[in-house]
Design a protein around this ligand. Structure first.
Ligand SMILES: *Cc1c(COP(=O)(O)O)cnc(C)c1O
Length: 326
């Protein structure tokens, strides 16, 4: 092991393959179906979530490339930025985050917890107008190179084949878990944002010729953009095998529950989040998980789906949960 990577043991769980996250049925009745929750929010790194799974894949690449600085971008509500800043701190590598100026605020105008955490992990946060983000990244990358430093760049939200790979593995994990549980799931639902998580799950289904459909509940993007992004990630990941394996009918990305865009939600979403908290003891945020959970329940009702076994992946976002309650 290289001397300057001596801090690797602080990364704990990212170093090995994850133990499968639990899947169990919810006790409350939210639908005419049995709803199971897969608790990716319980991944034991940086408050968990899908960005932790993705980070584990980037971690492997970072270990092999020995960069001097990890660069990424995202808003002040970004779970991805928090986890990358946490990972960089634990690895003893600098972290440089580029954020657009526009500011979402927490309760009573408070700074958002993800943003507070990024700073506490010691990352450099540079803000610029949203239109200048791409350009700023290029300039800073070149600045590091000129100084003789090697930057490692991660796309926003952990987008890219490493991120996709994380959820190909998760699809396999679900197949294994349903076998162990002696049952068959009829559908996998989750909050879909940049589309990487969904692309991974769909690639998992395609590569295994498996029959559990994946339904992404968009939390912001509308079609065709949303669907196109998922398809592009699938194409990127499958490469030459795309034409042979891809099936458009397996790409279910619904934009019916976005409630007007990123971060927006309706009163029913909050009510459902509170009910799940009281009934199951599971926290959900309004931007991703609670919104998608509410969207899934609406989807099942509107499509008159009943008597099925449905898995909902809790993709994390726990710090955002605290933003709502203050
Ligand atoms: C980023 C995020 C998502 C969406 O994942 P994508 O791979 O971008 O589609 C869902 N839930 C939470 C909590 C997230 O942070």
């Amino acid at each position: 092991m290289q001397e300057n990577y001596i801090k690797y043991n602080r990364i704990g769980v990212l170093e090995q393959d994850f133990a499968p996250t639990p899947i169990y049925p919810l006790s409350g009745k939210y639908s005419d179906n049995t709803i199971y929750m897969k608790r990716d929010d319980l991944i034991p790194f940086s408050f968990g979530g899908n960005k932790a799974r993705k980070a584990a894949e980037f971690y492997r690449e970072i270990v092999s490339l020995h960069p001097d600085v990890i660069m990424t971008y995202g808003s002040n509500s970004s779970n991805h930025c928090r986890i990358i800043a946490n990972m960089a701190a634990a690895m003893g590598i600098s972290c440089h985050i580029i954020s657009p100026d526009e500011k979402a605020a927490g309760k009573n105008g408070r700074e958002l917890y993800n943003s507070i955490l990024v700073k506490q992990f010691g990352a450099t946060v540079e803000t610029c107008p949203v239109s200048a983000v791409a350009q700023t990244i290029e300039i800073r990358k070149n600045d590091y190179l000129k100084k003789g430093m090697l930057p490692y760049f991660i796309m926003g939200g952990g987008h890219g084949n490493c991120g996709t790979e994380a959820y190909v593995k998760t699809y396999d994990e679900i197949l294994m878990q349903q076998q162990q549980m002696g049952l068959h799931f009829d559908g996998i639902f989750h909050a879909s944002g940049t589309g990487t998580t969904q692309a991974g799950l769909v690639c998992g289904q395609l590569l295994r010729h498996a029959d559990i459909p994946v339904i992404g509940i968009s939390i912001a993007r509308v079609n065709p953009r949303g669907k196109d992004a998922v398809r592009a990630s699938i194409r990127d990941y499958l490469g030459d095998r795309f034409e042979e394996l891809f099936d458009e009918s397996l790409l279910n990305f619904t934009d019916q529950y976005i409630c007007g865009g990123y971060g927006r939600y309706v009163q029913e979403t909050e009510n459902l989040i509170d009910t799940v908290m009281q009934t199951e003891g599971i926290p959900m945020d309004t931007t991703y998980v609670g919104k998608a959970f509410w969207g899934m329940i609406e989807y099942l009702r509107e499509h008159a789906i009943c008597g099925q076994k449905i898995v909902f992946i809790h993709t994390g976002g726990t710090p955002l949960f605290f933003d709502r309650i203050g």
